[in-house]
Design a binder for this molecule. Structure first.
Ligand SMILES: Cc1cc2nc3c(=O)[nH]c(=O)nc-3n(C[C@H](O)[C@H](O)[C@H](O)COP(=O)(O)OP(=O)(O)OC[C@H]3O[C@@H](n4cnc5c(N)ncnc54)[C@H](O)[C@@H]3O)c2cc1C
Length: 404
């Protein structure tokens, strides 16, 4: 028999999106009955994993106990949602609780599909195979880079949407610089193996990356190549050439893998899903297209922008304004313009701060050309953005929109 409960607002997920929205609903909206359903004991500042993989900061600085971050006034239900019944305003959880609501906010993040690459789960974390994409694997990246003695270093980007589309190449630039410092660069090849047709979706920043980082540093690029298998014993990575559908085998000494990703299975299988399995929301208002009391933001949503914490920072206030309007019987009036950002770390002490919108038009914050590599933007990434994240974003306070 399932246990029953009701909350006026139920938030699914205590990540960047869920915590920031819950906190704002309590502070701004004076909402008194907000529950967050979140299974994890820990909350991770994932944007810092790039610098962990580059040996700049310790992994432990990126994690905080969930209990310290749940906003005062919200109830934490330590459980995972498994099913949605939006016609009945109800979610079911792993522990067989049925929880009903008046309003639902869905923010469970994106799913990492490691198993979709044959041989990857077994190979991950040793013999030159590493990834910045999880707390469990991120230290393997720095160990691998540090111990690299020359040969071929591969950095992959999969054939799916991913969170932080810049991260697969940021770690490559750090590794390449480290190889020069450690004296092994002249006996190595650094190759970006990317399923996309270009290095970055926004032309201004793509040109900047090619001209300031890729070409002058002798980095090779192979686009439209999708990793499908790792043969760890032979140190072979097998890619599909997306133009010809032929297999391309590349031998490596190290490979940094960005795994394929998708909407979480329990979202894909639910009535909330739309095309591609994402929570089907209106791109301007963040309100569900079929269930008007359901909203979504962040990586699990269908919002057609680059999936980042910086995007969550811009989405949260719009979602909250529209949810509060709906509670008062009004129409959603706040609009999200697709703002997202990516601090493209191009070396130890260098960042190109990309900021752009739905139309892939740059939306820069600072009064200088952000497409230029800058030390000041590195300091922002290293020291300022973590403070904005921990003290601003997840606490639901007002902060400027900036890369996170
Ligand atoms: C290597 C790396 C580098 C990145 N770099 C940047 C960067 O430089 N700048 C930037 O802005 N962003 C960056 N990001 C992306 C950023 O971290 C995400 O876009 C952001 O965290 C998305 O927020 P979210 O709330 O949608 O998901 P998350 O923050 O991932 O939170 C999802 C939460 O939902 C919970 N959950 C999962 N399943 C369930 C369930 N069944 N029921 C209830 N809860 C559930 C999870 O436990 C988790 O706490 C990076 C990410 C990575 C991995």
């Amino acid at each position: 028999m399932s246990e029953k409960a009701y909350h006026q607002i139920v938030v699914v997920g205590g990540g960047a999106g869920g915590l920031s929205v819950a906190a704002r609903l309590i502070h701004e909206g004076k909402c008194k009955d907000v529950a967050i359903i979140e299974p994890s004991d820990s909350h991770y500042y994932q944007p810092m994993w790039t610098l962990v993989g580059g040996g700049i900061v310790d992994r432990e600085t990126t994690v905080k106990p969930m209990k310290e971050l749940i906003p005062e006034g919200a109830q934490w239900i330590r459980d995972a949602v498994t099913e949605f019944y939006p016609e009945e305003n109800l979610v079911r959880t792993r522990d067989a609780r049925d929880i009903s609501y008046d309003y639902l906010v869905v923010a469970p993040g994106i799913q990492l599909d490691w198993q979709k690459i044959k041989g990857l789960p077994e190979a991950m974390g040793h013999d030159g195979v590493c990834s910045n994409y999880s707390y469990e694997t991120v230290t393997s990246t720095w160990e691998t880079i540090r111990n690299f003695k020359g040969g071929t270093a591969l950095f992959t980007f999969p054939n799916t949407p991913i969170k932080c589309a810049g991260a697969p190449q940021k770690i490559m630039y750090l590794a390449e610089e480290y190889f020069r410092r450690s004296g092994v660069r002249n006996k190595s090849r650094v190759i970006y193996m990317c399923a996309n047709p270009s290095i970055f979706a926004v032309k201004k920043y793509a040109d900047a990356l090619v001209n300031q980082a890729v070409k002058p540093r002798g980095i090779e690029t192979r686009f439209k190549h999708n990793l499908v298998e790792i043969n760890a014993a032979a140190k072979e990575a097998i890619f599909t050439n997306l133009d010809t559908q032929e297999d391309v085998v590349v031998n490596y000494e190290m490979i940094h893998v960005t795994p394929p990703m998708s909407a979480p299975d329990f979202i894909k299988q639910s009535p909330l899903a739309g095309a591609g399995g994402w929570v089907d929301v209106d791109k301007d208002t963040l309100r569900h297209v079929r269930y008007p009391n359901v909203f979504s933001l962040g990586d699990a949503s269908s919002l057609p922008t680059s999936k980042t914490a910086a995007a969550v920072r811009a989405e949260g206030p719009v979602l909250v304004a529209n949810l509060l309007a709906a509670m008062k019987g009004g129409k959603p009036a706040a609009r999200y313009d697709g703002y997202t950002s990516c601090p493209l770390v191009t070396g130890y002490g260098k960042v190109i701060l990309a900021e752009f919108d739905y139309n892939l038009n740059p939306r820069e914050t600072f009064p200088f050309d952000q497409a230029k590599e800058r030390y000041s933007m590195y300091l922002l990434k290293r020291y300022v953005l973590p403070v904005i994240y921990w003290k601003g974003l997840v606490k639901g306070h007002k902060w400027p929109r900036l890369g996170l």
